[in-house]
Design a protein around this ligand. Sequence first.
Ligand SMILES: [Zn+2]
Length: 86
Amino acid sequence: MAIINVMEKFINERLDDMLSSEDCCKCERCVDDMKAIALNKLPAKYVSTHNGELFSKLEASIRQNAVDINIAVAAAIDAVSKRPSH
Ligand SMILES: [Zn+2]
């Protein structure tokens, strides 16, 4: 079964992007915590990888909600950098 949460892909991209200009710990553990926090704040958008049409539609609708993703990722970076789990 090839099912992915498209939201996860967007969060990963945004997180990499935003972390490049953040002065916080970027170890694997912190980055994983940030991803988990951001993912929990946003609705999961599952798609089967062999359905290219649905994938493109979802991708387009998520791009329109990029602001929500920015806010969730920024909040996750903030939360983890204040309280790293190590
Ligand atoms: Zn760390």
